[in-house]
Design a protein around this ligand. Structure first.
Ligand code: NDP
Length: 326
């Protein structure tokens, strides 16, 4: 039997930069937030090593260390961080309604506001050699890790807008970029394809897939296979970037919240408001374009401010109604 454990003002789901920033702002606004961390406390940054592009860290910072700092900062203002997965939700459609979230299939939390920061998960190819070398030269974020491969030869997998954008980004930094596209054409927009085709040190290999990532501790090569001819070829590289898409972590919100065709939550205008009053979305779960720690943190701040304003409006409306009936 599941039980209701408590009623709170603000529930934060997810513990990446968006969730922690929302927590810092919400706790400073006295919303007494409770955060459930999810299966991967700290989110995607805990799977990277050095974070060099978050403002304020001139020497860079270790991803997991940064997430621990963010947690401490949120806790300093009273956020309660709990391990646990939200496994089911019941959202009220009424303004001022109470939302419910089931934790680990066993207990229910009732909340006046909910901030969803469950992030997105980068897709990988699933090859054993790729998994072994994640963090040792295999990365799913060129903007995060490209700099470590300055003047070196790298490869990137994918033919969508992300792959095209990241390939040209890498070409600016690296000596040579080989782009592996599995079909005989790219899915990326014509404008992005044009950019790719006009970048000198970027070579596109169509009908080409990864056969094996070569290297023991770190990547030192790639064996490619032409899926039309079966022909294999090895090249020397130090970095392999996987850019074959992300999956937003929104399965539990299907049927409850508006999302686009790929599952990203839809927010209204410049706000973090979803289609349900009192439910807000921040970070990668609602952003398939920028996907940076700093942009996630920015929207986390917005979500907490949106939640605070929403609660203030509800309170004002309730007081006005009381005055009318008095
Ligand atoms: P997409 O799903 O659009 O593209 C994924 C690419 O990876 C496709 O080329 C796909 O190949 C390839 N792929 C998938 N699985 C494999 C695999 N196992 N092996 C090899 N290749 C594989 O993802 P994106 O991240 O590129 O983009 C997501 C969304 O975000 C899109 O709507 C995009 O337009 C948008 N976006 C917009 C940007 C902008 O406007 N500046 C920037 C970045 C993203 P195939 O084509 O064969 O299926």
């Amino acid at each position: 039997m599941s039980e209701t454990i408590e009623r709170i003002k603000c529930l934060i789901i997810g513990s990446g930069p968006a969730g922690y920033t929302a927590a810092i702002y919400a706790s400073r606004a006295d919303l007494k937030p409770i955060m459930y961390t999810g299966m991967e406390p700290g989110g995607q940054l805990t799977t990277t090593t050095e974070v060099d592009n978050f403002p304020g860290y001139p020497e860079g910072i270790d991803g997991p260390a940064m997430m621990m700092d963010l947690q401490k900062q949120a806790e300093r203002f009273g956020t309660e961080v709990r391990m646990g997965m939200v496994t089911e939700v019941e959202f009220s459609k009424e303004a001022g309604g109470i939302h419910k979230a089931c934790i680990d299939n066993s207990k229910w939390v009732e909340a006046e506001t909910v901030i969803i920061s469950t992030g997105a998960t980068a897709k990988y190819l699933g090859l054993p050699s790729e998994q072994k070398l994640r963090g040792g030269g295999v990365s799913a974020c060129a903007v995060c890790d490209g700099f470590f491969y300055k003047n070196q030869d790298v490869a990137i997998v994918g033919g969508g807008d992300t792959a095209a954008e990241e390939a040209t980004y890498l070409a600016n930094i690296c000596k040579k970029v080989t782009m592996l596209v599995r079909k005989d054409e790219m899915r990326a927009s014509k404008a992005m394809q044009h950019r790719v085709n006009n970048t000198k040190n970027l070579e596109v290999r169509y009908n080409t897939e990864v056969d094996e990532v070569i290297g023991d501790q770190v990547v030192d090569g790639l064996r490619m296979v032409n899926n039309k001819t079966g022909e294999k070829e090895e090249i020397a590289i130090t970095g392999l970037f996987i850019a074959i898409g992300h999956k937003p972590n929104t399965d539990i919100f299907k049927g409850h919240l508006d999302m686009d065709e790929t599952g990203y939550l839809i927010t209204q205008g410049k706000s973090t408001k979803t289609n349900i009053p009192g439910v807000f979305a921040s970070g990668d779960v609602q952003d398939k374009e920028y996907r940076q720690a700093i942009t996630a943190a920015g929207t986390g701040c917005m979500a907490a401010m949106d939640a605070e304003r929403y609660l203030a409006e509800i309170e004002t409306t309730e007081e006005e109604e009381k005055e009318v009936t008095a």
